[in-house]
Design a protein around this ligand. Structure first.
Ligand code: FES
Length: 283
């Protein structure tokens, strides 16, 4: 199995998880929960993360690569986890005070420095808002470094909208910021926009001049959003996405994440569209 140079910043036994305590759990939607963890001795974190980096979350039945939420003061790690299978079903059963394993951080993270001075257009669907939320929080923490911020988020239904407090209360209050939310189908008590993210994006048509678009969500949404962005005049070096779903071991050992010569876990998971165009079309 190919094994690229090990570049992660984890411990010398990179596959051995550290045991952490779950100190809080928030229900985000009927099938998404945020788990907040810290070291079992109450002192600090197993690792610090940059926006867009991931961590491996484990229980005895298995492990999964999950996006970590970047925090201004990192006193805990937050993992927003959608229930999609055996492991995540188990995770959704745990309670505050229980212990789980984590290892990381993994991945290159978002190019927060390279985006300084740009207008930022964040486009997310479903749980795809979780990684983008870290970049969004980072932009608001360093507000003067970024231009206009546009956030477009969509989910299947009202019930599936993640991070509602930020979407409807906190982020719209930020300066030079617009937040747009849509759901796929009309609901009796929903007065907001109805429709799919790519069509709404074209309707809103945020200017591509001096802008960078950051996209994360279901593959079908990403596919059509990328087409919309192209129509709207965004070049491939103005579009960023993350392929974290392809990561397994996180350290270049298992070969599950490679596309062509690229190892997503070592070289990504965050890429400019320009970089992805050079890869075989498996992404
Ligand atoms: S080689 Fe295992 S996730 Fe990349």
């Amino acid at each position: 199995m190919p094994d690229k140079d090990h570049k992660c910043t984890c411990s010398e036994q990179p596959l051995v998880p550290k045991v952490v305590e779950v100190i809080d759990i928030i229900d985000r939607t009927p099938d998404v929960k945020s788990f907040f963890v810290r070291n079992v001795d109450g002192n600090g974190l197993p690792f610090q993360v940059d926006p867009g980096q991931c961590g491996m979350v484990s229980m005895p039945i298995g492990e999964a690569m999950i996006s970590c939420t970047w925090q201004e003061e990192q006193e805990y790690l937050e993992f927003a986890i959608k229930r999609v299978g055996l492991l995540t079903d188990e995770l959704h059963q745990i309670e505050i005070g229980q212990q789980i394993g984590v290892r990381g951080p993994y991945g290159n993270g978002f190019p927060v420095e390279a985006c300084k001075g740009k207008d930022m257009v964040f486009i997310a669907g479903g749980i795809g808002l979780a990684p983008l939320r870290s970049f969004i929080k980072y932009c608001f923490k360093h507000r003067e470094d970024y231009g206009k911020i546009t956030i477009l988020y969509g989910s299947r239904s009202q019930a599936d909208l993640c991070f509602k407090e930020e979407l409807f209360d906190l982020w719209p209050k930020e300066s030079n910021t617009e937040v747009f939310v849509t759901i796929d189908n009309a609901e009796p008590d929903w007065n907001g926009h109805v429709g799919f993210v790519p069509a709404y994006l074209e309707e809103l048509n945020p200017s591509s001049a001096g802008a960078v678009a950051v996209v994360c969500g279901p593959p079908i949404m990403i596919k059509f959003v990328l087409q919309s962005l192209e129509k709207m005049g965004y070049n491939d070096d103005q579009v960023i996405t993350t392929l974290e779903m392809r990561m397994k071991c996180g350290i270049g050992k298992c070969g599950r994440c490679n596309i062509g010569s690229e190892f997503i876990c070592l070289d990504g998971p965050v890429y400019y569209l320009k970089q992805l165009r050079d890869l075989p079309p498996e992404w």
